[in-house]
Design a protein around this ligand. Sequence first.
Ligand SMILES: [Zn+2]
Length: 245
Amino acid sequence: MSLVRTEAFVLKAIRFGDTSVIYRLFTRDYGVVPVMARGVRRPKSRFGGIIEPFRRLQVTYYSRDNRDIQTLSGVELVTAYPAIVESLERMDAAGRWFRFLRAVLPDHAPAVAMFDLVPVALERLCRTPATRASRWETFHRLAAVAQLGVTPELAACVACGRPVAGSQAPSFSVVDGGVVCPQCRRDRTGCRSLSSAEYALLNLYHHPDYGLLEQLDDTANGDAKVRELVREFVRYHADLRSGAA
Ligand SMILES: [Zn+2]
């Protein structure tokens, strides 16, 4: 048995018995780790009020190789993101994104790059207007699966490899994972046409700089359609477990 100390976010909480909770933690150093917090629902618990969703935590737990659930021994708050829980829309978006992370995270393997995305994403959500929370969530679904190597091809036709930027707006094939030029589109089914505005928007969802998407106003043309396209792409190409709509 060893005592482990690492940063973590709560992915899920399941009540256990009268006073305990099993937390599914996303830890920085060990990936997803379920821990038992004994007595956490007692009024005077030393964990109470600290271990909550959408908080960056420092946790210590006793780890045994032959156990599925480890035993939580301590928890400290690193960062709270109060602007998230002050808004229903932001909290809802964060909840959906965390369910999504739970569905894509590998079991028993560290995912450090994805972990490091979480505090960055939550800080951005705090300054995102409530009306754009869904845009925030879609952008960060794509950013999360990019850490697993799942990215759409937007610069060159997935069929012939010719560059598409600057030419006529291409189509997008969810199944093929990228854009299709007008010539190749003729003999493919299931391609979605994109206007130039929608193609530009799709590039913003894929761009490493979230600031570009943040500058767009609420009425950007085709935003709902592009969001749906991104979500379909992610659903199709990431290895999703159940629970991520
Ligand atoms: Zn082509």
